[in-house]
Design a protein around this ligand. Structure first.
Ligand SMILES: [Zn+2]
Length: 238
């Protein structure tokens, strides 16, 4: 199986579609101010995680970074509601995206570069074809056009890892004060570490990187619905 990351079009590439949206996830953990490294926040989005049982207003308020004690309190409160295989850090967002949308969307949209959105018929076709690991959460978008098809955010669980040889020197060490994991700049030439590629899944994410990885089969399936304004960049496995 070959794998590809879903990427936005480059600035000079013309797209087919006019669709755009403004939306935020229903819940989030703000950035944290670490005494050693300063303010930081990750970008992981887990729309399938439901925090409606957690009675904590701070999860739906969009304010600046939190103090370390407040961050530790919030993450402890949320952890029981997040599947154990998922990371839980500053900047994580949860639940459906809520907002507004306009224009016409292709089968797959990648905008901003770290979000991948599927049109309703793409989600259905992937399901009918029996693709595995497709977690698509319906976005709650208001639109002036009553005929706009529903849109779904594609969740990429960070199950795979980049090969250490492609990350090389671009690393920031983990922090034992705030619990920030080791981080790295996304290397321009990158490939997956074979032993971490989840077998049989057509969609997954990459630890420490904001990437939506899809299989060749995923691309062939959604392309049957016509063009999408995305690029697919092959991620070799080594
Ligand atoms: Zn720290």
């Amino acid at each position: 199986m070959r794998y590809f990351s879903v990427e936005s079009l480059k600035g000079d590439e013309a797209g087919h579609w006019t669709g755009s949206y403004r939306a935020r996830h229903r819940w989030h953990i703000s950035g944290v101010e670490c005494p050693r490294f300063g303010v930081w926040a990750g970008m992981d989005a887990f729309p399938s995680v439901d925090l409606s049982e957690v009675a904590e207003p701070a999860l739906s308020e969009w304010k600046g970074p939190m103090s370390l004690p407040e961050y530790k309190r919030l993450t402890a409160l949320v952890r029981p509601f997040v599947p154990p295989e998922l990371p839980l850090y500053a900047g994580c967002t949860f639940g459906p995206m809520v907002g507004t949308a306009q224009g016409k969307f292709g089968p797959v949209t990648c905008w901003p570069s770290w979000e991948v959105v599927l049109r309703e018929d793409a989600v259905e076709l992937l399901k009918v074809e029996g693709l595995k690991g497709v977690i698509a959460v319906r976005m709650e978008l208001k639109s002036r056009r009553s005929t706009m098809p529903a849109l779904y955010e594609l969740e990429a669980r960070p199950l795979a890892k980049l090969h250490p040889d492609c990350i090389g020197e671009f690393k920031t060490p983990a922090c034992d004060i705030c619990g920030r994991p080791e981080s790295f700049d996304l290397p321009p030439k990158r490939w997956l570490l074979r032993s971490t590629v989840p077998e049989g899944l057509d969609v997954f994410g990459v630890e420490g990187a904001c990437l939506h990885v899809v299989s060749e089969r995923f691309i062939e399936t959604v392309q049957r619905l016509g063009p999408s304004d995305v690029r697919y960049q092959e991620l070799p496995v080594g």
